[in-house]
Ligand binder design. Structure first.
Ligand SMILES: [Zn+2]
Length: 114
């Protein structure tokens, strides 16, 4: 057996072959479902998988672009993505902006909102 692949929603995620795979069980026996990344279903799964940043047990953020607070960092921003001062008056969105890819991240849920 090779290195274990990450699993998302029951699918093994194979980035090398660019496909999702899962075993399906039928009355006549199991088969393997292949979902290529570039298929509509694969695109849907990819976008769901990439809808949140990674947060570790120390609350360290890693954006899906690979940026962390030790690299380009994350900045409070408004709904348009403009950097703001993190004060009650200026920062009403609870959004952070990734300093590398400029995705906007909801601080509370860690969802990537844009
Ligand atoms: Zn990023």
């Amino acid at each position: 057996m090779g290195k274990e692949l990450p699993v998302f929603k029951g699918y093994s995620v194979d980035r090398r072959l660019e496909e999702f795979r899962r075993v399906r069980y039928h009355d006549e026996g199991p088969d393997i479902e292949f979902v290529p990344f570039d298929s509509p279903q694969g695109q849907q799964l990819l976008s769901e998988m990439e809808a949140e940043i990674h947060v570790d047990e120390f609350d360290e953020w890693t954006c899906i672009c690979g940026n962390t607070s030790l690299d380009e960092g994350f900045y409070p921003c408004d709904a348009e993505g403009n950097m703001v001062e993190p004060t009650i008056e200026d920062w009403t969105t609870n959004l952070y902006r990734c300093g590398r890819c400029f995705r906007k991240i909801n601080q509370a849920t860690h969802e990537i909102v844009a």
